[in-house]
Write a protein that binds this ligand. Structure first.
Ligand code: HEC
Ligand code: HEC
Ligand code: HEC
Ligand code: HEC
Ligand code: HEC
Ligand code: HEC
Ligand code: HEC
Ligand code: HEC
Ligand code: HEC
Ligand code: HEC
Ligand code: HEC
Ligand code: HEC
Length: 230
């Protein structure tokens, strides 16, 4: 009869792995809960995971030991292109990717969440910012990784971030003498990219009715919002 403490006399590696990173396979079970018997009398003493893990979507996967070394079960090295296995635990991220098709939708999850479980990449590992002033900290103001083409933004987004692409609007407004200069881009173009406001959203119809009838467009007298130079 063998005790769990005997194994190390002939097998150096597995006890060392379990000691270091055995997780619940160290604290809740011993060698012989998995390895029942020993050769030569028990020629196959390698356990099936399903002996103890059953009843969840994740446990229906093939090839458990391709991801988990049973002696260090949480030291997971992610190999190949993985998506379906991730979805056994994370379906909301994929739902978002599918509902908002972009190039990101076509990638495996571990194209971005690479090597180890739970790694979060920075956008700037793969993309250049829109301007030199912009950093990783800004990306999340406008984009989310799982729906990158749905651009939304908060009230704290600085004009310079929009100005990275809209140089004309940015420069006209900054040079303007009129009070719109002190209004931010996102105060007028609220929340969602490409929203364009009506002047009357903020000002109503400020002049006499007859004037608005005769000149229905504010721009007839006020030029454009970025440059109220009339
Ligand atoms: C006296 C030395 C000795 C002790 C003690 C010992 N083993 Fe082994 N074990 C061996 C040898 C030799 C093999 C065969 C190695 C080979 O074929 O490469 C082996 C093979 C194995 C295998 C592989 C079986 C397979 O099909 O590949 C497992 C699992 C195993 N031992 C587990 C244990 C466990 C668990 C303990 C402690 C309860 C233990 N051994 C104690 C010598 C020992
Ligand atoms: C959670 C179940 C479990 C526990 C606990 C466990 N093992 Fe294993 N062990 C396995 C599985 C499964 C394999 C086959 C690994 C594979 O196919 O990649 C294995 C393989 C082995 C092998 C064969 C060589 C190898 O790595 O393939 C030895 C020897 C071994 N274990 C020894 C031990 C010893 C000693 C302990 C206790 C210190 C232990 N195991 C604890 C599940 C376990
Ligand atoms: C003899 C029973 C037994 C076998 C066989 C077994 N496990 Fe476990 N495993 C447990 C127990 C008990 C726990 C802790 C409770 C739980 O998470 O269900 C556990 C936990 C785990 C954990 C989480 C570890 C933690 O600390 O949170 C992983 C991962 C795992 N097992 C993978 C495997 C894989 C992969 C196999 C097959 C190679 C396997 N187990 C085989 C009993 C077993
Ligand atoms: C594609 C890689 C992959 C495969 C294949 C895989 N797992 Fe996992 N498993 C993971 C990841 C990633 C986690 C999450 C680990 C964490 O939370 O740190 C995990 C967690 C676990 C856990 C602990 C969490 C829980 O829900 O209890 C157990 C147990 C487990 N796996 C067992 C298995 C079994 C059994 C199989 C085969 C039927 C298997 N795994 C196949 C990657 C995989
Ligand atoms: C067995 C279940 C399980 C599997 C399979 C699994 N995860 Fe996880 N994952 C978790 C748990 C539990 C957490 C921690 C709790 C949380 O933040 O939701 C987590 C967290 C994460 C995180 C966030 C870490 C953070 O800091 O917020 C990422 C990213 C992640 N997993 C990606 C993946 C990828 C990619 C795969 C497939 C290769 C995968 N997971 C497979 C259970 C799993
Ligand atoms: C691991 C690399 C990687 C990471 C990390 C990454 N991306 Fe991407 N992204 C790509 C690749 C590759 C493309 C496709 C480029 C092409 O085809 O020109 C892409 C495309 C895009 C697109 C255009 C989508 C389309 O369908 O046209 C946007 C927007 C985008 N990424 C934003 C981001 C943002 C924001 C982050 C961070 C939250 C991020 N990406 C993180 C690799 C990455
Ligand atoms: C293009 C790179 C990329 C791809 C592909 C990708 N992610 Fe992410 N993921 C990220 C980034 C970056 C974050 C951090 C949050 C953010 O910036 O929106 C993240 C966050 C997460 C989180 C943490 C919780 C959350 O939602 O913020 C989980 C879990 C996760 N991703 C799982 C997945 C799964 C599962 C897949 C595959 C279906 C996947 N991711 C595909 C880049 C990616
Ligand atoms: C102020 C909002 C804003 C910020 C901050 C921002 N983006 Fe964008 N991004 C956009 C808009 C708007 C588009 C264009 C969408 C379109 O063409 O409809 C875009 C497009 C992209 C694209 C698609 C290819 C391209 O260049 O047109 C990538 C990749 C991208 N952004 C990455 C990033 C990264 C990385 C960061 C952080 C360094 C970032 N973005 C910060 C608003 C922003
Ligand atoms: C990555 C570059 C990029 C960034 C950053 C960006 N935009 Fe855009 N924007 C575009 C592109 C490309 C278009 C489409 C241009 C076209 O259709 O002629 C556009 C269109 C617009 C339109 C609609 C124009 C029309 O004619 O309907 C508005 C309004 C707008 N952007 C405002 C903003 C605001 C506000 C910000 C900052 C929160 C911003 N943009 C950030 C690239 C960008
Ligand atoms: C999101 C709200 C908003 C929108 C949309 C908007 N404005 Fe304004 N406007 C303001 C604010 C705020 C002021 C400054 C009021 C103050 O400080 O008294 C202002 C001031 C003005 C002034 C006075 C300028 C000055 O320097 O005295 C004029 C004229 C004006 N707006 C015309 C327009 C016209 C024309 C449009 C459409 C092309 C428009 N506004 C769209 C918010 C808006
Ligand atoms: C027929 C020309 C004309 C039209 C059309 C016109 N405005 Fe004006 N607006 C003026 C003049 C002239 C002033 C006074 C300028 C001054 O006092 O320096 C003015 C002033 C304003 C002011 C500043 C009022 C204040 O109290 O400071 C706002 C705001 C304004 N207009 C908004 C609008 C909006 C919104 C429209 C369209 C619905 C519009 N205007 C259409 C000629 C016009
Ligand atoms: C006071 C409100 C207001 C502010 C502040 C504002 N816009 Fe606009 N923007 C408008 C209105 C209204 C239009 C529609 C054209 C018009 O009538 O002037 C417009 C049109 C646009 C367009 C499409 C037409 C064009 O000129 O290319 C873009 C792009 C744009 N704005 C970007 C910006 C950016 C970037 C900022 C900040 C630097 C900004 N806007 C600040 C109200 C504003």
């Amino acid at each position: 009869m063998l005790a769990n403490t005997d194994c190390v006399k002939c097998h150096a590696q597995q006890p060392k792995e379990i000691e270091a990173n055995g997780a619940a396979h160290k604290t809740q079970i011993g060698c012989q809960d998995c390895h029942t018997g020993h050769r030569p009398s028990s020629p196959n003493n390698i356990p099936q995971c399903s002996m103890c893990h059953d009843g969840q979507e994740h446990f229906k996967l093939q090839g458990c030991t391709g991801c988990h070394n049973p002696h260090s079960p949480l030291q997971i090295v992610l190999k190949g292109d993985l998506k379906a296995p991730c979805l056994t635990c994370h379906d909301t991220q994929n739902a978002q990717l599918e509902a908002n098709p972009s190039k990101h939708t076509t990638f495996a999850c571990n194209f971005c969440h690479a090597e180890r479980h739970g790694v979060i990449p920075e956008c700037v590992q793969c993309h250049k910012p829109h301007s030199e002033q912009m950093t990783q900290g800004d990306c999340g103001k406008c984009h989310q990784a799982h729906q990158p083409l749905v651009v939304t933004y908060g009230a704290d987004t600085p004009n310079a971030s929009c100005g990275a692409c809209h140089t004309t609007a940015f420069q006209l407004l900054a040079a303007s003498k009129y009070k719109h200069r002190d209004v931010t881009c996102v105060t007028c173009h609220q929340d969602k990219h490409k929203t364009v406001p009506q002047c009357s959203d903020c000002h109503g119809l400020p002049h006499a009715e007859g004037i608005h009838k005769k000149f229905p467009k504010c721009g007839d007298c006020h030029n454009i919002a970025h440059d109220l130079n009339k």
